[in-house]
Design a protein around this ligand. Sequence first.
Ligand SMILES: Nc1ncnc2c1ncn2[C@@H]1O[C@H](COP(=O)(O)OP(=O)(O)OP(=O)(O)O)[C@@H](O)[C@H]1O
Ligand SMILES: [Mg+2]
Length: 367
Amino acid sequence: MSFLKITSAHKAYRTPEGGLIRALDDVSLNVRNNEFLTLLGPSGCGKTTLLKCIAGFEDIDAGEITLEEQSLKGVPAHRRPFNTVFQNYALFPHLSISDNVGYGLDVAGVRKRERNQRVDEALELVGLGGFGAREPKQLSGGQQQRVALARSLVLKPRVLLLDEPLSALDRKMRETMQIELKNLQHSVGITFVFVTHDQEEALAMSDRIAVVAHGKVQQLAAPAEIYDEPANEFVANFVGTSNIFSGKVVAQDGRLLTIETANQRQLLAASHRFTTGDRVDLVLRPEHMRLSPGSNGVPDSCIEGTVEASVFVGSEMHLHVNVGKGRTAIVHHRHNRGDENERIEPGTELKLYYSPNAVHLIAAAGG
Ligand SMILES: Nc1ncnc2c1ncn2[C@@H]1O[C@H](COP(=O)(O)OP(=O)(O)OP(=O)(O)O)[C@@H](O)[C@H]1O
Ligand SMILES: [Mg+2]
């Protein structure tokens, strides 16, 4: 039986100027029971809209949303077994932490003893046991965020919808909360639909990621698959950095394809999905290119270019390399501490080596 299923959902907004915005344009998505699913996409792509439609704060214009094969059409938000944690989590400033967390239980008329017990459990769960008597202003931003989580968890929803809950936190706190949230989801066994525009956050936390753009799901897959086998150019560019060469397969030797591109005459790629004559986009990650050839396995392929800039980012150098016709490739190069010879000045001509196995090929759009 399917769990939370969205089928061909459409949602358009009219703008005051008389225009029409397709916020959801034929979205289909199958959320599994107990999974941590992330909606990842740029600002304005429809993430919040989808969350609101699932929650029941908005209605879809067409399509269907079902929970365990029961339609949610006409079911008001408060009758759905879901809870939402908003980006702006607005705690009641004059209520204690306990009363903030217990608010939903009070509204539901839960008896005092059970209410207090569940509040204590929820606070314990988010690592705030013993903080119940404080007021929100006496907590840090990260702690307040955890109160907002506890406030939702205490209601024991089947699905927790989280709209960029970590975006107000600084980087360190966010990384800590990413791990905690993931562990929490695992231990409570509640399905999480988590919204972010931060690809690292999505890769770190999710069981599966739905990459969304222009109101459409571009790809739905596990993080490693999204990164290693992006379905299209948008995903390849949005999740991590990609160097993309468009070209045509001109020769084939088993899995080994020779691809002619506008920038480089011959690039090699290993794939059994394409053959001579196919138009392809060759996706190469910056960490898969080296300044010297590999010594074992399939012979390396090679790209020639001229260094335009080298940027020191601490753990590595990011080289911007002109690879012909004004195209720049980004290469991540690990360097050894204090190694003066490793300094690569702009203007340096070099060869970039990569294994044909490190390449991901996408059928060229319209090809
Ligand atoms: N009530 C509304 N009326 C008109 N247009 C709206 C309304 N709500 C959202 N939109 C538009 O619908 C599109 C999708 O908005 P949505 O809030 O779902 O984006 P988002 O992916 O959550 O973006 P962000 O990352 O910035 O939060 C946007 O173009 C937005 O301007
Ligand atoms: Mg949003």
